[in-house]
Design a protein around this ligand. Structure first.
Ligand code: CU
Length: 141
């Protein structure tokens, strides 16, 4: 019986590891702000290695009151940001959130994030998958 439970446990771990490798978050970083800013932008690449579309539907952090997905838009020569509810990652493709385009907006941050610091971010997808990663704070190039 003990052996059976162990085998089941082992196979479920393998399943998780397998599912995990099909959706990757890479090159994630948060832009360091001024010491007084409470709102910071975050960027990353989402890679969907499955045959189904997946959407990023939520992000949270113990160090931010709220995290939204924004899209930078230019209208009549003015730059502004629109809230968007999700980011679609099409089957077998990737999407990059980068400065001037789609980005994460970390709001009401707990303290001034300093370059080199690692911030925990939790991502939620519409297929039920969740991923938590540590994201480096950096000075923009
Ligand atoms: Cu924004």
């Amino acid at each position: 019986m003990k052996k059976l439970i162990f085998t089941l446990l082992l196979s479920s771990i393998q399943f998780i590891a397998f599912a995990d490798s099909n959706l990757l978050i890479t090159d994630a970083w948060i832009r360091e702000g001024s010491p007084v800013s409470r709102v910071l932008a975050g960027y990353l690449t989402l890679k969907n290695q499955t045959n189904r579309d997946i959407s990023l539907i939520g992000i949270s952090s113990p160090d931010a009151g709220m995290i939204e997905i924004h899209e930078t838009i230019e209208k009549d020569g003015m730059m502004s940001m629109d809230y968007i509810p999700s980011v679609l990652i099409q089957a077998n493709s990737s999407i990059t959130l980068s400065p001037g385009h789609k980005h994460l907006m970390l709001m009401n941050i707990s303290h001034p994030f300093k370059a080199g610091e690692q911030i925990k971010l939790a991502f939620k997808f519409d297929n039920g998958q969740k991923k938590t990663i540590m994201v480096m704070v950096k000075v923009a190039d």
